[in-house]
Design a protein around this ligand. Sequence first.
Ligand code: AMP
Length: 143
Amino acid sequence: MERTLVLIKPDGVDRNLIGEIIKRFENGGLKVRDMKMVAPKKEFVEIHYAMHKGKPFFDLLIKYLANRQVVAMVLEGKDAVALVRKIVGTTDPSKADKGTIRGDLGNDSREKADAEHRSIYNVIHASGTPEEAKVELKLWFGK
Ligand code: AMP
């Protein structure tokens, strides 16, 4: 069994998608092992997204999450990291496959985000690799 970190980002919380999102993970074979709602401080978000430091959208990404409510959860299952990424879909919701969370519930695109000088609002963060999952679970849940 593997564990991964999922965040329901502020747009998902604002749009009342928490229940629908959890249902999709549970129906997809994942178990919710821990969960909390938090508004992370700017410094905390900068640590979480340290791998994107230096990228043109880094500051926008920090602004998207800092001091806004997110739901953080620990999901467990067989190959949980890859399975969750599959259920979530690709970064740009306008390009994500139908049947994925971003494809069905996302309402943003890279073009819109660029035009409005903000991060892409894409509902979810999910750890990219099992190694990243370990680091992110430690940061968010201390385990
Ligand atoms: P991650 O979710 O870990 O892949 O973090 C990257 C996040 O940054 C994405 O989920 C988007 O919210 C945002 N992002 C990625 N690429 C861009 C981009 N080109 N412009 C604006 N935001 C982006």
